[in-house]
Design a protein around this ligand. Structure first.
Ligand code: IPM
Ligand code: MN
Length: 370
């Protein structure tokens, strides 16, 4: 299969983790006879430095002419504490989501047996957690009209949703639930917000077409609590843009590190794949970042291309590596491997048959990769 991939490394650790993502894609391409071509483009703080624009037109063109996008991370502390900044790195990502109509953000969250004690939550609460968040990504308060009054003493951000916007992601989430454990939780604030009441009404109507799927409705404040109390009781979570942003960061804590969570942002034509973590400037350039979220995002990209065997191979080998505690410093501060080593070891594993590898030898440094 021949595919063109736009690569937008972005800021902070973005370039290091995307490098590992591509390393893995290349091993897959080689092993299965695919041809992936990459075109790089700037986004975020880096793009502001270069051209004054967090999303240069050229970047949008590169994305539009690709089959999929690999996105690293965005954000620079320089802009975080300056509320008066007119140009911000995050605008690059938000404008890209709008331009490409990326309406469904899929964020799977699962625990790994060997990492259960790395989570701040008790083992018995989180064991077996395997949920997926379907976050609406192109509407809501993120994209409503916003502004300030003339005297600058008040500000507003409008939250709007149309039935169509709710329907297209809801159908996708119901289909996912049908193929999983057949449970869907809608998270909203229907006791207060009109948009949430429209969500509930629309989801109730759609649910009639999916009689096998059990539907649960939770207010977002309660959901925030239930996610910590019983994360393993969730299957598919469906929610609007802002709630999805918040609960996906919350859910990432369950697994032990946000550095493990991938995402896919599905658009009408082109889709984007990115780790859910940010630019983590504190470790940028030090080869310490966790590339697993990016590599798992590449798995989601391959699945999106219909390359299920390839995606499965990445997922199994990552499970295997985590099981052997070949992890970065966010997961084990005493005994860790570097960002690039994770990519190297995984590349080696993808080339071999997992069961053939003598891991004790790898730990002893008997294989060249370590
Ligand atoms: C995310 C991020 C973005 C968001 C930021 C960088 C604009 O937090 O993808 O979750 O709020 O959607
Ligand atoms: Mn977020």
């Amino acid at each position: 299969m021949k595919k063109k991939i736009a690569v937008l490394p972005g800021d902070g650790i973005g370039p290091e983790v995307t490098k590992q993502g591509i390393k893995v894609l290349e091993v897959i391409a080689e092993r299965f006879g695919h041809d992936f071509e990459y075109e790089y483009a700037s986004v975020g703080a880096v793009a502001i430095e270069e051209s004054g624009d967090p999303l240069p037109e050229k970047t949008v063109d590169v994305c539009m002419n690709s089959d999929a996008i690999l996105f690293g991370a965005i954000g620079d502390p320089k802009y975080d504490n300056d509320p008066s900044a007119k140009i911000r790195p995050e605008q690059g990502l938000l404008r890209l989501r709008k331009a490409l109509k990326l309406y469904a953000n899929i964020r799977p969250v699962k625990t790994y047996a060997s990492l259960l004690n790395r989570s701040p939550l008790k083992r018995e609460r989180i064991e077996g957690t395997d949920l997926v968040i379907y976050r609406e990504l192109a509407g809501g308060i993120y994209f409503g009209e916003k502004g300030r009054s003339e005297d600058e003493k008040s500000a507003y951000d409008h939250c709007t949703y149309s039935v169509e916007e709710i329907e297209r992601i809801s159908k996708m989430a119901f289909e996912a639930a049908e193929s999983r454990r057949k449970k869907l939780t809608l998270i909203d604030k229907a006791n207060v917000l009109e948009t949430s009441r429209l969500w509930r009404q629309t989801v109730q109507a759609i649910s009639e077409n999916y009689p096998d799927v059990e539907v649960e409705y939770l207010f977002v404040d309660n959901a925030a609590m239930q996610l910590i109390l019983r994360p393993n009781k969730f299957d598919v979570i469906l929610t609007e843009n802002m709630f999805g942003d918040i609960i996906s960061d919350e859910s990432s804590v369950i697994t032990g590190s946000i550095g493990l969570l991938p995402s896919a942002s599905i658009g009408e034509e082109i889709s984007l794949f990115e780790p859910i973590h940010g630019s983590y400037p504190q470790v940028a350039g030090k080869d310490l970042a966790n590339p697993i979220a990016t590599i798992l995002s590449m798995g989601m990209m391959l699945e999106h291309f219909g390359l299920y065997e390839e995606a499965e191979l990445i997922n199994t080998n990552i499970d295997f590596m985590i099981g052997k505690e070949l992890v970065t410093q966010d997961l084990n501060s005493r005994n860790f491997v570097s960002c690039s080593k994770v990519g190297d070891i995984l590349s080696l594993l993808l080339d071999l048959n997992v069961s053939d590898v003598q891991f004790e030898n790898m730990f002893e440094g008997k294989l060249p990769v370590i």
